[in-house]
Design a protein around this ligand. Sequence first.
Ligand SMILES: [Zn+2]
Length: 104
Amino acid sequence: MESKEQFIGVNSIKFYNRFQSDEDCYKYLANIKWQDGYVCKKCGNTHFIKGEKPYSRRCSKCKYDESPTGGTMFDKLKFSLLIAFHIAFKKSTKKKGISSLEFV
Ligand SMILES: [Zn+2]
């Protein structure tokens, strides 16, 4: 189980090592999003099957498919999630002067 707290203090070398593909980013967001367990947004069901997108989860009851980016600033991106991560990381280090990210 991971949380966004782990991002605080992460330096750019660690960041670049950790996020090398879109999949790494989806995995990270999925870990945060469902860190307390999965609950379907539509019907409250706690069982899921694999969704259509990488690391998305589909409700086993109502078939609602939820992506790890849903409801975050990375929803409906026109470009790669990896690029978005790098932009967000650069922005956050610039703004606060320290390497921290708050995605959700
Ligand atoms: Zn459902």
